[in-house]
Design a protein around this ligand. Structure first.
Ligand SMILES: NC(=O)c1ccc[n+]([C@@H]2O[C@H](COP(=O)([O-])OP(=O)(O)OC[C@H]3O[C@@H](n4cnc5c(N)ncnc54)[C@H](OP(=O)(O)O)[C@@H]3O)[C@@H](O)[C@H]2O)c1
Length: 272
């Protein structure tokens, strides 16, 4: 029998899809979560917290491949360092990490930058922990998932006037496509930093909001807001967009149609 594959963040949007794909391919999976859960067919849940390191040694013990999908708005550098230390002790043979496009291109020059966009810095710190671990590793950077952007536009659209950071663009990607690529990478040879994975189109944030408003049958005025700071300037320059040819296929319109019902496909204006 093969050693189980550890998926940190296996309860999250991406991680759940990774776990499903590994199960479909016949692998035994172990999931690290902060909350205890009942084991499922072929999936063992281990309780631990990457922010403190508690339970992480036990989660990693006896695994050969670790897919690190756990993350949050902040502190991902510390989480990765705790995981790396445990993985080194357990002599893991492949550590796979999901990062974000722009981790190395969004400068955090001020307190404002860090408060608003510190996420990119923490992903870069995590990348460095993985690359410096001494373990065989692979890191994939992806653009924002459809699910996250839907969450963002839903929140924004609650307001009577929708404030939208001017000049911000996004390249939404399907979390299922990211999961498929991560699994492919995890089962292959350690490859270091691999080409970015971005969605098929780049949209102004305002376009994503308009697409959502249309799809949900609502009307709201949009108010462009200029966000100050160096990090925001980098985002306006496209630091979060995948520079390589995009490989994702599922579009924002297709995602919205599936999430919110028919009649949406192809209605939002988009540009490559
Ligand atoms: N969402 C995006 O657009 C996007 C784009 C590029 C890269 N990424 C990266 O992809 C990864 C997954 O994103 P997602 O959107 O799927 O996240 P998500 O749905 O918010 O799930 C986060 C996962 O991380 C786990 N987690 C958080 N803090 C933890 C801690 N201290 N200890 C152990 N587990 C912890 C959670 O597990 P429990 O709650 O069960 O403990 C949960 O399974 C993240 O690293 C994120 O930075 C996301």
């Amino acid at each position: 029998m093969h050693a189980p594959i550890l998926v940190t963040g296996g309860t999250g949007t991406l991680g759940r899809l990774v776990v499903q794909r590994l199960r479909d391919a016949g692998y035994e999976v172990r999931v690290l979560s902060r909350r205890s859960r009942q084991d499922e067919d072929g999936v063992e849940f281990v309780t631990g917290d990457l922010a403190t390191g508690e339970g992480v040694d036990a989660a990693v013990a006896g695994t050969g491949i670790v897919l690190h999908c756990a993350g949050g708005p902040k502190g991902d550098g510390d989480k990765a360092r705790h995981l790396v230390r445990a993985a080194s002790r357990a002599e893991v043979r492949h550590l796979v990490f999901i990062s974000v496009v722009g981790a190395d291109r969004v400068p955090l020059a001020s307190g404002l930058d860090r408060a608003m966009f510190g996420y990119f810095g923490s992903k870069l710190a995590a990348e460095r922990a993985v690359a410096g671990s001494g373990l065989p590793w692979t890191t994939l950077r992806a653009t924002q998932f459809h699910d996250l952007l839907l969450l963002v536009v839903r929140q924004l659209a609650r307001l009577p006037v929708v404030p939208v950071p001017a000049g911000f663009r996004f390249q939404p990607v399907d979390a299922g496509e990211v999961a498929a690529r991560l699994v492919e990478l995890a089962l292959g040879r350690p490859a270091g930093l691999v080409p970015d994975l971005g969605g098929p189109r780049v949209y102004e944030l305002a376009e994503l909001v308009r697409g959502y408003l249309r799809a949900s049958g609502r009307h709201r005025p949009i108010l462009p807001v200029r966000v100050p700071g160096t990090a925001a300037r980098a985002l306006r320059a496209g630091a979060n967009l995948a520079p390589d040819p995009a490989v994702g296929h599922r579009t924002w319109e297709e995602f919205l149609a599936d999430e919110l019902g028919p009649g949406v496909r192809g209605t939002a204006s988009a540009r490559s």
